[in-house]
Unconditional design. Structure first.
Ligand SMILES: Cc1cc2nc3c(=O)[nH]c(=O)nc-3n(C[C@H](O)[C@H](O)[C@H](O)COP(=O)(O)OP(=O)(O)OC[C@H]3O[C@@H](n4cnc5c(N)ncnc54)[C@H](O)[C@@H]3O)c2cc1C
Length: 447
């Protein structure tokens, strides 16, 4: 049995590792990007000089041979699903018995005039990192980043580390406000401005203007007609599944490659997972396309289990995620929509320093906890996972927020403040736990 895996990212690699664990099948792990699996999330640290590329590889180079996983560095040009054959860009072919497609995402481009000029780029691949290095070798007086979000803020931080002034063009009225509620999005706005970035909100890119050498020299803002001179344009308006190369085949595709909860596509012996996959019937409370690291890892494992005859469904549990906006860490558990749903209520607390906040959403009728966003405060994942699975009430959450704290310093200073604000805003009467009560609760949870 030969398993071919397209994509050596976290999904493809996890899949290969687990197939090896469960079987002696022949495995070929293919990628056009790099010889070895590396952590895409650490790209920024390479540019900023905190890590070398070698340090971002989760496995040593000898790991693959030792585990009998064959690596192939090549771009797959197309797939003959009927003949079970991969055709590579250089003309060679590879036959498979089962195929895993884990080909990731690509940065969005919305057909802007000038989007393919020199000096215009996204931030996704190792090649993008190399290009950024090249693009910032000459003097950059200003860079413009188009699109706010988690990759945009990383690119801004990277450029900031090289003292390159940055203007952000963000379509939404507040930073990442298609995901974050207003309180958090405004907190992020302020933090970005505080770092000296020129944040322009509610504006769209009209076009990127070229110089006589076909290189970006300015951007034009749609709403105001303003021309902003710049030598680098970063396009970070989100990512979408990297599926264009798979169109016009028998593979069912919508926004991503359609899969069921076993990660099976519509074609027998072909599986897909990670950023490129779209669930036709997603798990309750989860989106059809999930483009984060841990979900790729989980999905890679599910594929391996199914290939090896251990029928398994994708069951990731309640949604969670974490990220960083410059100096402020962000965590989310459960589902906090940017706009409150009709049946929901919110408790929002923000520290006077404007760098920490808690946003809790719950059902109005039975006070069931729905989700929480925290900025500048760390909470324990395992407890919130349990609270959500057990459908606890918001009062239970607030009573035990103290126990969920990851950063004892925070609670030393803010626990009383948060609970008092909660009581005042929602009419509850929560009391802080005594030290003894807290200890008893934690030991109960650990069982
Ligand atoms: C800058 C950045 C920062 C991020 N930070 C975070 C974070 O902090 N936390 C988080 O959870 N997520 C983060 N993400 C998202 C996370 O990295 C992705 O969700 C995850 O890496 C997707 O893994 P994957 O295996 O599905 O796809 P990928 O990692 O994209 O791997 C797919 C691989 O397939 C290769 N490939 C594609 N097509 C072909 C072909 N035709 N032939 C051969 N090879 C092909 C690609 O080149 C690539 O190497 C970040 C993403 C970026 C870009």
């Amino acid at each position: 049995m030969h398993i071919a895996i397209i994509g050596n990212g976290v999904t493809g690699t996890t899949c290969a590792r687990f197939i090896r664990k469960f079987s002696n099948y022949k495995i070929t792990l293919i990628s056009g990007e790099t010889d070895h699996f590396f952590s895409r999330t650490a790209l920024m640290y390479i540019y900023m000089g905190h890590m070398r590329y070698e340090d971002t590889k989760p496995y040593e180079d000898w790991f693959w041979k030792k585990n009998n996983i064959e690596l192939k560095r090549a771009w797959v040009k197309n797939i003959d699903f009927a003949g079970k054959t991969l055709h590579f860009e250089k003309g060679d072919i590879l036959n498979y018995d089962k195929l895993v497609i884990a080909c990731g995402s690509k940065p969005n481009k919305f057909g802007w005039k000038g989007q393919d000029l020199k000096g215009v780029q996204g931030l996704y691949s190792y090649q993008d990192l190399e290009l950024l290095e090249k693009n910032t070798q000459t003097k950059i007086n200003r860079a413009v980043i188009v699109g706010g979000g988690l990759i945009g803020i990383e690119l801004a931080e990277m450029l900031h580390s090289r003292h390159i002034p940055v203007t952000f063009l963000v379509r939404e009225p507040n930073y990442w406000s298609n995901v974050l509620p207003e309180g958090e999005a405004k907190l992020v706005n302020n933090h970005i401005k505080e770092h000296g970035f020129d944040l322009r909100l509610s504006v769209n890119l009209d076009e990127i203007v070229a110089d006589e050498n076909g290189r970006a020299k300015a951007v034009k803002v749609k709403e105001t007609g303003e021309i902003i001179e710049c030598q680098l344009v970063g396009l970070t308006a989100g990512v979408s599944p990297n599926i264009n190369w798979l169109k016009n085949t028998d593979l069912a595709i919508q926004r991503g490659i359609m899969v069921n909860l076993h990660q099976e596509t519509n074609i027998a012996d072909v599986y897909a997972g990670g950023d490129c996959a779209q669930f036709n019937d997603p798990v309750e409370g989860r989106r059809p396309i999930e483009q984060v690291w841990y979900t790729g890892k989980m999905q890679g494992k599910v594929i391996a289990e199914n290939i090896c005859g251990r029928k398994t469904q994708y069951d990731p549990g309640p949604w969670f995620n974490s990220a960083k906006f410059l100096d402020i860490e962000y965590q989310t558990y459960g589902v906090v929509f940017p706009n409150l749903q009709e049946e929901q209520q919110r408790f929002y607390w923000e520290h006077e320093d404007g760098k920490k906040c808690v946003d809790v959403v719950f059902q109005k009728d039975n006070r069931q906890f729905v989700g929480i966003n925290v900025f500048g405060i760390r909470l324990r994942h395992e407890l919130f996972d349990k609270f959500l699975r057990e459908k606890k009430s918001v009062d239970y959450i607030m009573e035990n927020l103290q126990a969920a704290a990851f950063d004892p310093e925070f609670f030393k200073y803010h626990e009383q403040e948060i609970i008092s604000a909660f009581n005042q805003q929602t009419g509850a009467n929560i009391q802080l736990k005594s030290k003894k009560g807290l200890k008893a609760f934690l030991s109960l949870m650990r069982r």
